[in-house]
Ligand binder design. Structure first.
Ligand code: CDP
Ligand code: MG
Length: 833
């Protein structure tokens, strides 16, 4: 068994401590307690907060002259031939009829709530109306409008669209800013940004100096950042009486927001959509010629179940649907069914999507129905890609002379993005596979057919078990209606819901707000760093406050990792973590990587965890792919070290121009590896700007030390830890909260008959039926004892308890004391006092 003996680790850590401390006292001492990094020059900063749009005080005369210039420029464009054409197009949007009323309401009220059908022109027009009217009133040079979007891609595409409508390039009067990138110039007056960017800006500038209008878009989605931003803005408004706030929402629950802001006026933009016919699974099966007998049996079963569901709570209701599906699947004789039928049955299960069924439906439309684009709603990047592969090998759907097959999800690049909006040539059918971002934030004009799988990937959070889950879940009735509405933009449309009517009837009315279904750790850190007072008090002011238990869990977690002290004050580590735009656990790894001069490998691991797994697991070649991955593990019992080796190998291959071949051979995604590569660079700049690293060489003197890498991974992932007991033929794993757990099959540790370590630290656990762990690294007792969490009052007890049987071995007199001293020193070092 390969273990690091306590004494060996002791001297190792001792060595690092001493060398670090001497090095630190020789140079400057971390960075001072109350300052945030000041160097914000580098455009490449990850999620860097924005400078105020307005430059430092400029003489009034210059501002006035600038305003006149802006006005002339705008008039010139509006009078030009192209400008006229554009105006005409813009006037055809429903929002135009309300333009004057909207501007009037804005000038008379501090807050207004605007709702309107998707595509009516809220996002592209309203911010533009404000900008135009400010420029016309010769206030162009002093106005500063910020419009937030929940997603990067919409911030970018909308900014581009608005700049084009104004006959300008991006970065003139209109710009955008999202994490990792942005285009804006000195004269940018209207900035589209993600909600996260505005929150970071608030961190540096709590009263949003110089900003005249804040527009929060897509509030109906009830994302966590948006709900959080609304609490902050609500508190800010009385301090900034001249600041205008405009809330925009697609569906009609405007009353909720209006009453939150003390009865702010509501404006509605009436829109027009064509009727859309709905088909549910039963109709679809009939339409495509499927024997109904088995289905009816199952449907009766389902209806009975769904009737019972009426009484259940939302969460229970979802599990009930799932179990109805399972029972149904059990009841049917699966051998009798062809793959497609089996697929349609699996549509009952919220975790799976019937690819064959989708293929059949799409094919049916292409062959039998009139022209018009097809929009398919899927749950995420993974299944969009898999489905795309499958459709591409279909004789009709894969024929580029007949079908234009496109994907639309958050992480695609902008060139691919544009293709989605283009109209294909006559005779070619456009099919767009999209996530739920196509529900409201993106409008594809020529869609006539919508295929709705009925699911969306939703982060949910089980506060009782403190387990976050990212799982496909049934959507709400509101989402289903919204999806259906996408088919009726240009002519009457059709919507194929790939689930039975009875399942639809059991859907919840609205989706639960994100604040109520996700872990709150990052949010709590932000509350603290924005000095918004007690976390619980602050969150109790939300539109719909989260459960006290979830808040407590998050606070507890932050204490365990040492980001908050016992009195809930931000520690030095906590302050640093709140500046790093990554989850606290990943931030902690980066900081330790920097402290221990072991940065390079840690940046790779963290980037890997924040992008996605680069190891591809194609279903048909699963065995080959698994053994390719296993070969990177080298018996290390660590998915993180395997990723590190794979990445390093790819870098070496890239230098010899054989990166693509390397990826192909090893079942790796070169796209993901490139994303990891670029994120690593961002991390480096960020850490340098925070004063955490000085130069690349110095921060890598210990990068070869595998034990240290493991220890730092443990420091970040703790308390995500499970115990390992090697049985006769298998390995049994347990966590303190869940009891027995399993590993995802693609983990290198899942392939091992034995794991020669007592613990696995893991990045994520997901609850399906059992709890599954994703991405794990095996660690020794001493690593857990030293690097797992901080020693605050009760924490050491907890540690020792967890280490259970190993305690005796460790707690030999003398050794225990050494550990405690060492642990304390280490904690202090991490806090960098
Ligand atoms: O925000 P809302 O859903 O109300 O509408 P919007 O995003 O402002 O879109 C208004 C119109 O502009 C729609 O008809 C879109 O199709 C069009 N648009 C476009 O052609 N290209 C874009 N990049 C964005 C919008
Ligand atoms: Mg919009």
């Amino acid at each position: 068994r390969e273990v690091v003996l306590p004494s060996e680790l002791h001297s190792r850590v001792d060595y690092h401590l001493k060398s670090y401390l001497s090095q630190k006292s020789a140079t400057r001492d971390g960075y001072p307690n109350n300052t945030l990094p000041t160097s914000r020059t580098s455009e490449s900063l990850v999620g860097e907060a924005d400078e105020p749009l307005r430059q430092s005080p400029v003489a009034e005369g210059i501002l006035r002259r600038k305003s006149f210039q802006l006005r002339n420029k705008q008039q010139d464009w509006q009078e030009s031939v192209e400008g006229q054409k554009m105006q005409e197009l813009r006037r055809s949007l429903p929002a135009y009829k309300e333009k004057e009323a909207l501007l009037n309401a804005i000038s008379r009220n501090q807050v207004i709530v605007v709702s309107g059908e998707t595509g009516c022109g809220k996002t592209t027009q309203l911010p533009q109306y404000i900008l135009e009217s400010e420029i016309e009133a010769a206030r162009g040079a002093v106005c500063s409008i910020i419009c937030t979007q929940p997603r990067r891609i919409s911030a970018m595409s909308v900014a581009e669209r608005v700049a084009a409508e104004r006959g300008e390039k991006l970065g003139d009067s209109v710009g955008y800013k999202v994490r990792l990138e942005g285009i804006k110039g000195r004269d940018t007056r209207l900035l589209f940004c993600t909600t996260g960017i505005l929150l970071r800006r608030l961190l540096l500038d709590r009263s949003l100096q110089g900003v005249t209008h804040v527009i929060v878009d897509e509030i109906h989605e009830r994302g966590m950042n948006e709900d959080f931003l609304l609490i902050v803005l609500k508190e800010l408004l009385p301090r900034r009486p001249e600041l205008k706030l405009i809330l925009m929402s697609a569906t009609l629950n405007a009353e909720l927001f209006s009453s939150y802001f003390g009865g702010a006026p509501m404006m509605h933009i009436p829109g027009f959509t064509y009727p859309v016919r709905s088909y549910f699974l039963e109709n679809i099966l009939e339409m495509t010629g499927y024997r109904l007998s088995t289905y009816n049996q199952i449907d009766n079963y389902g209806q009975e179940k769904s009737w019972k569901m009426q009484k259940q709570t939302l969460r229970k209701r979802k599990t009930q649907i799932a179990s109805a599906a399972e029972d149904a699947l059990g009841a049917a004789d699966l051998r009798e069914l062809n793959p497609w039928t089996r697929d349609s049955l699996s549509c009952w299960n919220p975790d799976s999507i019937g690819f064959n069924l989708i293929e059949n439906v799409v094919c049916h439309i292409c062959k039998k129905e009139r022209p018009g684009a097809i929009l398919v709603f899927m749950t995420g990047w993974d299944d969009i890609n898999s489905l795309k592969d499958q459709l591409q090998s279909h004789p009709l759907l894969g024929d580029p002379t007949k079908v234009l097959l496109l994907a639309c999800h958050g992480s695609m690049d902008s060139s691919e993005q544009k293709l989605i909006f283009n109209k294909p040539e006559d005779g070619i059918r456009k099919i767009v596979l999209a996530t739920n971002m196509a529900e409201t934030s993106i409008t594809i004009n020529d869609v006539v057919y919508v295929v709705d799988c009925g699911k969306a990937k939703e982060t949910s959070y089980d506060a009782l078990n403190n387990t976050p889950c990212l799982l496909p879940a049934w959507i709400s009735k509101a989402s289903a209606r919204q999806r259906r509405g996408r088919a009726g933009r240009v002519q009457p449309g059709e919507c194929y819901h790939l689930y039975p009517r009875s399942v639809y009837d059991a859907f919840a009315e609205y989706q639960l707000p994100e604040l109520l279904r996700t872990p709150l750790q990052s949010l709590c850190l932000q509350i603290k760093s924005l000095q918004l007072g007690s976390i619980s008090d602050f969150l109790s002011k939300a539109l719909q406050p989260p459960e006290p238990l979830s808040v407590q869990n998050a606070i507890e977690y932050l204490k365990i990792i040492g980001a908050l002290d016992d009195k809930e004050n931000l520690t030095v580590l906590g302050r640093k973590l709140s500046v790093l735009p990554v989850e606290p656990k990943l931030g902690k790894m980066l900081i330790l990587g920097a402290i221990f001069n072991c940065l390079d490998p840690i940046m790779t691991v963290v980037a890997g965890l924040s992008v996605r797994d680069p190891f591809l697991m194609p279903f048909e070649k699963k065995d080959l792919a698994e053994s390719a991955k296993a070969q990177f593990s080298g018996g290390d019992n660590s998915d993180h070290l395997a990723l590190l080796r794979a990445y390093d190998g790819w870098k070496a291959a890239e230098r010899q121009q054989s990166g693509a071949e390397y990826c192909w051979r090893n079942f790796l995604s070169s796209q993901t590896l490139r994303a990891i590569d670029s994120l690593r660079k961002q991390f480096y700049h960020l850490l340098r700007d925070c004063g955490l690293v000085e130069n690349m060489e110095k921060c890598n003197t210990w990068s070869h030390d595998q034990h240290l890498i493991r220890a730092i991974i443990c420091s970040g992932l703790f308390p995500g830890i499970c115990s390992v007991v090697n049985k006769e033929k298998s390995v049994s794993l347990k966590t303190m909260e869940d009891g027995p757990v399993l590993l995802y099959l693609n983990s290198v540790n899942a392939q091992e008959p034995r794991i020669p370590y007592p613990w696995l630290v893991f990045n994520e656990k997901v609850k399906v039926n059992t709890v599954f762990l994703r991405d794990s690294t095996a660690v020794s007792d001493s690593v857990v004892l030293l690097f797992g969490g901080t020693v605050s009052k009760g924490a050491m007890d907890g540690h020792l308890k967890m280490l259970g049987g190993y305690l005796e071995f460790f707690m030999k007199p003398g050794l225990a004391a050494t550990y405690l001293t060492l642990k304390r020193e280490l904690d202090e070092l991490i806090q960098m006092k």
